[in-house]
Design a binder for this molecule. Structure first.
Ligand SMILES: *Cc1c(COP(=O)(O)O)cnc(C)c1O
Length: 366
């Protein structure tokens, strides 16, 4: 029997057809599909300023560049989440300031942000972990009061909505990733959304393309190359067309798991606040009450049963590269880092597979 993977891209014939069309057009760097993907996303998000980039980390990078952040500037991050944005911050000499997350939503706790704001704070990065949405009503309130901008890292929440408004559009900036484990994919790829000024929007596009606009070899800014290829964009256009059916299936799987697993009282699920319609990225389980079984042992035991699962993210307090930025105030992040296990979710997973995975998981917990 083959191993059931933790994630698998949903690729179909229409994606293939689109990819071949872009291949046959001979335009394999930039081209028709790159422009189309920006237009299609713009329509989907009801947001005018959308820029494609080559991955979700570059999406964050161009925003840092366009904001002209300087060494020593402080950026606020959650204590739990994928560390792309904070890694980039230390790489570029910015100072990450970590704020604890909420133990039910796994997202940044807005009530803890304000007291960590200093004169050097330039940006709040709010990560929508596992398809959930941060409390942007509260976060944007802080932003309005302090003038500090908000970046919504929506790499894991494409298609999630709050009161019908699309994820990626809540902050001054939003970013998506199309890496292969993400809910819609182009292999590698990303998107920047900005509600900021036209000037910033234009500069983001310049930084993506060596600082060059219309006039060839004329560098207006010390830009880089963060461009998406036409081949990748072709897959993206076709994936975006199917986003609603992808969301529907992932969420069916989530609720089926929940239905079966809720029998065990040690299992705690991620909570989504009223008004949020998530597009689930992974089936995250918090084994908070489970004392007999070690999470990492559980992952090994699941693999023996041919099921791949994953541990959660690590709080910066557990990572040597963040030694200088450790904090005693990250109790929830520290705790859930040790207790979260993620079960497989992908579109071709059948109800039978879900029942098999859930049964094995419950067996091991008992
Ligand atoms: C995947 C991910 C990224 C990075 O995206 P890449 O396309 O892999 O560079 C950034 N932030 C979060 C929250 C992610 O999950």
């Amino acid at each position: 029997m083959k191993i059931i993977p933790w994630a698998k891209p949903s690729l179909d014939k229409t994606d293939k057809k689109s990819l071949i069309k872009s291949f046959e057009s001979n335009w394999i760097s930039g081209g028709y599909y790159v422009d189309k993907l920006e237009k299609d996303f713009s329509k989907f998000l009801k947001s005018k300023k959308v820029v494609t980039v080559n991955n979700g980390t570059s999406a964050i990078h161009v925003i840092y560049l366009a904001l002209k952040l300087k060494r020593g500037d402080e950026i606020i991050f959650p204590s739990y989440g994928y560390m792309a944005a904070s890694n980039l911050a230390i790489q570029l000499g910015f100072k990450p300031v970590f704020i604890d997350v909420d133990q039910e939503t796994f997202c940044i706790d807005p009530s803890k942000i304000k007291k960590k704001i200093s004169k050097k704070t330039k940006l709040i990065v709010a990560i929508n972990t596992y398809g959930n949405l941060c409390d942007f009503e509260e976060i944007n309130k802080i932003s309005r009061e302090t003038g500090i901008l908000v970046l919504e890292d929506a790499a894991e929440s494409i298609g999630s909505t709050y009161k019908k408004k699309q994820s990626g559009t809540f902050g001054d900036f939003g970013t998506f990733s199309f890496q292969a484990t993400k809910t819609i994919t182009t292999g590698e790829g990303g998107i920047v959304i900005t509600n900021s000024s036209k000037k910033i929007f234009d500069e983001i596009k310049l930084y993506r393309n060596h600082g060059v606009d219309k006039k060839r070899y004329f560098h207006l800014l010390p830009g880089s190359n963060f461009r998406l290829t036409n081949l990748q964009a072709a897959i993206g256009c076709s994936q975006l067309k199917r986003i609603n059916s992808i969301k529907k299936r992932r969420n069916e799987i989530f609720y089926l798991y929940k239905e079966i697993l809720k029998k065990n009282n040690d299992i705690k699920f991620q909570k989504f606040k009223k008004g949020i319609s998530p597009m689930i990225w992974t089936m995250a389980i918090n084994l908070n009450g489970e004392k007999r079984l070690n999470r990492d042992e559980l992952i090994k035991s699941m693999l023996k049963r041919k099921i791949e699962t994953r541990n959660g993210f690590y709080s910066p307090n557990y990572l040597d590269i963040y030694k200088k930025f450790k904090s005693k105030e990250l109790k929830v992040g520290d705790k859930i880092s040790k207790n979260i296990i993620c079960l497989p979710i992908y579109n071709s997973l059948s109800d039978k597979d879900v029942r098999f995975i859930a049964k094995n998981f419950l067996d091991l917990l008992d």
